[in-house]
Design a protein around this ligand. Structure first.
Ligand code: ZN
Length: 291
């Protein structure tokens, strides 16, 4: 196997978008020297992340958790891929059995999403359920000594409040990453102060949205300012395909385009970004292993 060059810390190469060629896509990624974490979003995709990871001798790990979008029945399009969610609740006994597998290196993705809300329910009620399910998964992560992979959309105040409160009480011991970060440097800074990593993906390669160019500039400011030893790269494949592959299904090996954009924005070499972010991923997720 090629030496580890890049580490895609968040992809879903086990999702149905790859039902015909998941193993080919994963092998291509490993051949490109890229390791990856397959991230679960509900009970079935969490179990399947482990099943797929087990088919390869190394370079592929699994995260298990329940995404806030899967707490209620919803249907939406994510990057032109249609997503149907069920109404699930986090079952610690079910996930305990999964966490026993050595491929499992994180809990997630879990968190709070106030961008996509079910139409039929009251926002306050949805937020309460999301908070409760997030706290349950934080406790689960502490029980298994695992870091968190946090999904947060339009909810940084809520997520930060929960993290601060839990950390003050001695929890969130292994900390984690705020994945697919799209906030401002001010928001990123608060997670960093708490000991978290910030994960960037193809969104940082996109042109600014005409409706909100200042939001994009604020995100790029975060990419420039996050200390390099706290920065992680990811694809979120099959979603969020980076430029120059826009329009195609995303691929975990495309994480190198994210690294290139980080390097360009910070005025450093792509090798420096690759080396540091790979070390960061190892430090956060593989602290008991060696690359
Ligand atoms: Zn994801």
């Amino acid at each position: 196997m090629a030496p580890v060059t890049f580490f895609d810390t968040h992809c879903h190469a086990h999702f149905s978008a790859y039902k015909d060629d998941a193993d080919i896509v994963i092998q291509e990624t490993l051949d490109a020297g890229t390791w990856m974490i397959l991230v679960g979003t509900q009970s079935t995709t969490s179990a399947n992340a482990i099943t797929v990871a087990k088919r390869f001798p190394e370079g592929i790990l699994a995260a298990i958790g329940l995404h806030p979008n899967h707490l209620h029945v919803m249907h939406f399009d994510e990057d032109e891929l249609s997503v149907q969610t069920r109404s699930e609740r986090f079952d610690p006994d079910y996930y305990d059995a999964l966490a026993a597998d050595s491929h499992v290196i994180a809990v997630g993705e879990c968190g709070i999403d106030l961008y996509r809300l079910p139409e039929s329910l009251d926002r306050t009620e949805v937020l309460e359920t999301q908070k409760e399910q997030f706290q349950l998964q934080i406790a689960f992560a502490d029980k298994h000594n695992l870091p968190l992979i946090i999904h947060c959309r339009d909810a940084h105040d809520e997520v930060l409040a929960i993290l601060r409160e839990t950390i003050a009480a001695g929890g969130v011991k292994r900390r984690g990453v705020v994945h697919s970060f799209t906030g401002t440097w001010k928001e990123a800074e608060q997670y960093i102060a708490l000991g978290f990593f910030i994960g960037f993906n193809g969104i940082i390669t996109f042109p600014p949205r005409k409706a909100a160019p200042e939001a994009h500039e604020a995100l790029l400011e975060a990419v420039r300012n996050v200390p390099l030893d706290r920065l992680l790269i990811e694809t979120d494949a099959p979603y969020l395909t980076p430029i120059p592959k826009r329009g195609e299904r995303n691929h975990p090996a495309h994480v190198r385009y994210v690294a290139e954009r980080v390097a360009q924005l910070r005025g450093v070499t792509v090798e420096a970004v690759a080396e540091q972010t790979t070390q960061n991923a190892a430090r956060l997720f593989l602290s008991s292993r060696s690359l």
